[in-house]
Ligand binder design. Structure first.
Ligand SMILES: Cc1ncc(COP(=O)(O)O)c(C=O)c1O
Length: 398
């Protein structure tokens, strides 16, 4: 029976990263994967996470299953982190959450809940969006519509087009929004634009589903969540998929949460119970380690301050790299790359053709996606000049 299944191609991003690892060129530059890398090209363990881990290893008494909704301290900490300490929705008790295996698990549980409430509902996704959104939500049975978002000529959000498209989203529809640091384009909505989306959701009745996987890596923890907090403040129902992969460096520990802001405390509890049943169908109980680390970091004042300092330093470094990259590219090309500085988070489309991205790979060992999406955090003091020179060479020869 099983021999009828053909081999499927490797995930294209993981395939590019593997090709880069195998490339013997000592000057190679890896800008493929969406993981934070420091000046040494290493994806580091946060100091606060390391300290929490030491304490956890010493104190842990059991490996018995986690509760079905995960660790309560983690859930509380995540709700406050994402919605804000002074959230009225939290004070009103109309919020619940479930610990999930990463942001992907959070998206999947959110999709299960949507599909339980409205089987086969339409989910509006931005053009472009993170490609994994489609299998994660589509495999549950949800359908897709696309709204225009990124405008390659201006390298920014075409908000008028987005609004025009979303005029067709109504009651029973879901609109998937990137909370901050849009993946893949780095172009985010302004707070005023989030306000317009909130007004549209209130009038038209669609449900916002916010994916926030990069809180703290754009402008800061509070600033990056401001848009989704505005939705929660103004609307009766919002679903949020949050991840600790990037902002706590817990990638492999699979740590995330689906957060439900709903009309009243009873429906918040009902949604959590539904989410537990959905999780039971898929993986039963969430993994413990990452969430127990995150819970400690979020709940302990000293660890929390330590974590926030390190996260702020990462955020400053990314924004500094954006500025340096613009000025280096100006030295080697006559194109305007100033848009890189206006974007947020780890990603940017350089605006190169797939042929130019291929030439960068084959002729210079500079690895980026065919769409010319780069991970800005993959740039560092040692490779920035080589990278800019390679882009300059390819732009003048291809
Ligand atoms: C837009 C977006 N959403 C969600 C995720 C989920 O990440 P994870 O499942 O690793 O927490 C990612 C990871 O790259 C992402 O880029």
């Amino acid at each position: 029976m099983l021999e009828t299944l053909p081999q499927v191609p490797e995930d294209s991003i993981l395939g590019l990263a593997a090709a880069c690892r195998a490339d013997p060129n000592p000057n190679k530059v890896d800008l493929t994967l969406g993981v934070y890398m420091n000046e040494e090209g290493v994806c580091p363990v946060f100091d606060a996470v390391r300290l929490a881990q030491r304490a956890l290893v010493d104190e842990e008494k059991t490996k018995v299953y986690m509760p079905p909704a995960g660790d309560p301290v983690f859930n509380q900490g995540m709700q406050r982190l994402v919605l804000g300490e002074d959230s009225a929705a939290l004070a009103d008790g109309r919020v619940s959450s479930i610990q999930t295996p990463g942001g992907c698990g959070a998206l999947r549980i959110g999709a299960e809940i949507i599909n339980a409430a409205a089987p086969g509902a339409r989910v509006w996704v931005s053009d472009p969006t993170w490609p994994v959104h489609i299998p994660l939500l589509g495999s549950v049975g949800l359908k897709f519509e696309t709204y225009r978002y990124y405008e390659p000529v201006s390298h920014g959000v075409n908000f008028d087009a987005m609004v025009d498209d979303l005029k067709r989203a109504g009651r029973g529809d879901v609109v998937l929004l990137h909370g901050c640091c849009h993946n893949p384009c780095g172009a985010d909505l302004t707070l005023e634009q989030w306000g317009t989306i909130a007004d549209m959701a209130a009038q038209q009745g669609f449900l916002p589903f916010v994916d926030i996987a990069y809180q703290g890596l754009g402008d800061g923890l509070e600033e990056d969540a401001a848009g989704l907090r505005l939705l929660v403040q103004r609307l009766p129902e919002v679903i949020i998929a949050a991840s600790c992969s990037k902002n706590m460096g817990l990638y492999r520990e699979r740590t995330g949460a689906t957060i439900f802001a709903s009309a009243n405390p009873a429906s918040a509890l009902a949604l959590r119970s539904q989410a537990q049943v959905a999780a039971r169908r898929i993986y039963s109980m969430p993994p413990a380690h990452g969430a127990l680390l995150a819970a400690r970091v979020l709940a302990d004042d000293e660890l929390n301050a330590n974590w926030q300092d390190e996260l702020q330093a990462m955020c400053r470094r990314i924004n500094g790299l954006r500025t340096s990259l613009v000025s280096k590219l100006e030295q080697f090309t006559d194109r305007d790359f100033s848009f890189i500085e206006r974007e947020k988070g780890m990603f940017s489309f350089l605006g190169l053709s797939p042929e130019q991205a291929l030439a960068l790979r084959e002729e210079h060992s500079v690895y980026m996606l065919d769409s010319s999406r780069i991970n800005v955090a993959g740039v560092n003091g040692a490779n920035i000049e080589y990278l800019a020179a390679a882009v300059g060479a390819v732009l003048s020869s291809h």
